[in-house]
Design a protein around this ligand. Structure first.
Ligand SMILES: [Zn+2]
Length: 319
């Protein structure tokens, strides 16, 4: 069963035994649908929900059964966006000056920084300014525990196996909106992979996922228009065998974008993603470095806490 590391985050560790675990973590930061009582937005809920990557965590539901960890935010990305830097603060949204450092990105210039001011469609989300304390609370209750869950899982796997593959999972509207990178009204590919122009994972990993999805019959673009943002940047270090990649799936492939209900293709897509997860597991196991997991890991003489926790085994590997 999944564990809650905090009220707002669901962590589903591997459900297989240790020998079938894979050094892979999936995270879905934008699929949360539980709107906190203190949100205080001023747009219709149906429009606000267009910001969600609705159902993405369900598309990747096969991850724990394949030996990987799946982390999902339960709060909505319009409340606070985990795929932004903590420095990406929109002062125009705040009632008083932010007390810490600010380094705004293009996202904040478009009104979609750490805490969004505007929707994709151009509407203001609030009819008020937010207090500094309110934003700080969103960071403390949602952003910080989410990042801790992702960081601890990545680091735990890396410590155990000497390598980790992290897949940051999103979905995108079928057609680009007003604030989109590529301008409005452009149709999207089935999948867009983002590795920040080759800086967050090995080129082999990006090529492997692209080839696997193309083999299933999908059209795939790489770093066009989405290159990946904070979650693939923050914990990746390909030279140290820490690989992160972003996968965007086109919402038209699995849901009605108006009602947000899964469509008839949901189950087939979920099945294809399960096949992708299995393939990623095989890729990861084949690419664990020589000094990594397969040497000196005496599985019979230490107590694994199967099904409860990831890689906090407390036994020493001689790397
Ligand atoms: Zn997203």
């Amino acid at each position: 069963m999944p564990e809650h590391t905090a009220n707002q985050i669901l962590v589903s560790p591997p459900v297989t035994d240790h020998d079938h675990e894979i050094p892979v973590v999936f995270d879905s930061p934008h699929s949360g649908t539980i709107y906190p009582d203190d949100f205080g937005f001023a747009v219709p809920s149906a429009i606000l929900r267009m910001a969600e990557d609705t159902h993405v965590e369900k598309l990747y539901a096969a991850a724990p059964g394949n030996g990987a960890t799946l982390i999902a935010a339960q709060f909505p990305r319009s409340y606070i966006d985990c795929n932004r830097s903590l420095l990406d603060i929109d002062q125009a949204l705040l009632a008083t000056a932010w007390p810490g450092p600010i380094n705004v990105s293009k996202k904040t210039e478009k009104g979609i920084g750490l805490v969004w001011r505007k929707l994709d469609t151009g509407e203001d989300i609030y009819s008020r300014r937010l207090s500094v304390a309110e934003v700080q609370r969103r960071i403390a209750t949602c952003y910080a525990p989410y990042h801790k869950a992702v960081r601890d899982t990545i680091n735990g796997i890396h410590k155990h196996y000497g390598a980790v593959w992290h897949i940051n999972c999103h979905s995108m509207p079928a057609v680009s909106g007003l604030v989109a990178e590529e301008g409005p009204g452009k149709p999207r590919a089935d999948f867009v992979l983002g590795d920040r122009d080759g800086s967050t994972c090995s080129p082999e990993f990006t090529a492997f996922i692209a080839a696997t999805l193309r083999g299933f019959g999908y059209d795939v673009k790489v770093n066009d228009p989405y290159k990946g943002v904070e979650l693939v940047r923050a914990y990746s270090d390909p030279a140290a065998h820490k690989h992160s990649i972003q996968i965007e799936v086109n919402r038209k492939l699995y849901m009605d974008e108006n009602s947000r209900a899964p469509n008839v293709n949901f189950a087939p897509l979920q099945n294809d993603i399960a096949r992708l997860i299995k393939s990623i597991g095989e890729f990861a196991r084949a690419n664990i470095p020589e000094h990594g997991h397969h040497h000196d890991c005496d599985h019979d003489h230490h107590g694994h806490d199967h099904g409860h926790h990831h890689h906090d085994h407390g036994h020493g590997h001689k790397h």
